[in-house]
Design a protein around this ligand. Structure first.
Ligand SMILES: Nc1ncnc2c1ncn2[C@@H]1O[C@H](COP(=O)(O)OP(=O)(O)O)[C@@H](O)[C@H]1O
Ligand SMILES: [Mg+2]
Length: 264
């Protein structure tokens, strides 16, 4: 059986204290989304609300559609029919909204936004989580690239965190990074520092609009196969609109409302 990257990481940390430090201290290598993103593969995309996670996921789908003719799906179970229709009308024809995992196309890009909603850590034992685990395992055979989007890893099913090929960060908050799973806490702190540097230490509210756009368009990412940090930029997808952005925001606020109810 091949070792999980956690085991590899632990062993590597023990043997290569200096190298481990270098991974964290070296400046990330600049690359492009097209060169870096795995196809097929599994990406975990994290960062604070409003910092460009959905935009990046859509930019990845658009890039792989252009380069590889990959179809894409937005996995959105249980959304109101009207919202679904409005949303679909704003998306390109190669991107479909689906509700069931059997609808994920071969060779497709799957955007699993706000992954914590259904891949919630507290439900690790549920059949849903096990199913998701299996899906990740077969995604490689089906040549899929799955993008799981979440605020931070603590809320995620451990199965997902352990299976990812890459972790991408849009700007996280300090609080979020404190809640990360132990395995990736150091890396998350690195990502936090990276964005802090990019802002020149300025608080967010004091950043110019231009600087905010730069921050939102920048990603720092860790390749789990060789523990190497890279950075790249992404533009808004050609079909992106304020209307689309608002619909996504509405969806996540509805989801968080539901979550509040469940908590009580
Ligand atoms: N790469 C980018 N370039 C310019 N503006 C961006 C970029 N990424 C995000 N934005 C702006 O930020 C808004 C929020 O981005 P979004 O991806 O919806 O955030 P999140 O999914 O993290 O909550 C977008 O609607 C857009 O106006
Ligand atoms: Mg979003």
């Amino acid at each position: 059986m091949t070792k999980s990257w956690q085991d590899k990481l632990k062993q590597w940390r023990k043997q290569h204290g200096d190298e481990y430090a270098r991974v964290l201290l070296d400046a990330p290598v600049e690359t492009t989304m097209l060169k870096f993103v795995p196809y097929p593969g599994v990406i975990l995309l994290m960062g604070e609300r409003g910092m460009g996670k959905s935009v990046e996921a859509h930019a990845i789908a658009e890039t792989l559609h252009r380069a590889q003719k990959a179809p894409a799906v937005l996995h959105l179970p249980n959304i109101p029919v009207k919202t679904r229709r409005n949303l679909q009308a704003l998306l390109p024809e190669w991107m479909k909204i689906v509700e069931r995992r059997e609808q994920w196309p071969k060779g497709g890009v799957i955007i699993y936004d706000e992954a914590a909603q259904s891949a919630h850590a507290r439900r690790t034992q549920s059949s849903g989580a096990i199913e998701l685990d299996n899906l990740i395992a077969i995604s490689r055979q089906r040549r899929q690239t799955i993008i799981f989007i979440s605020h931070h890893s603590r809320k995620l099913d451990i199965g997902i965190v352990h299976e990812v090929d890459q972790i991408h960060w849009k700007q996280p908050t300090y609080a979020h990074q404190l809640f990360e799973r132990e395995e990736i806490a150091d890396f998350s702190m690195r990502a936090f520092d990276f964005f802090q540097d990019l802002r020149g230490g300025r608080p967010w509210r004091e950043c110019s609009e231009r600087l905010k756009r730069l921050v939102k368009s920048t990603t720092i990412a860790l390749d789990m196969s060789d523990f190497r940090f890279v950075t790249f930029k992404n533009k808004l997808p050609a079909y992106w609109s304020e209307e689309l952005s608002c619909l996504f925001q509405d969806l996540s606020s509805q989801e968080s409302l539901k979550k509040e109810v469940v908590k009580d």
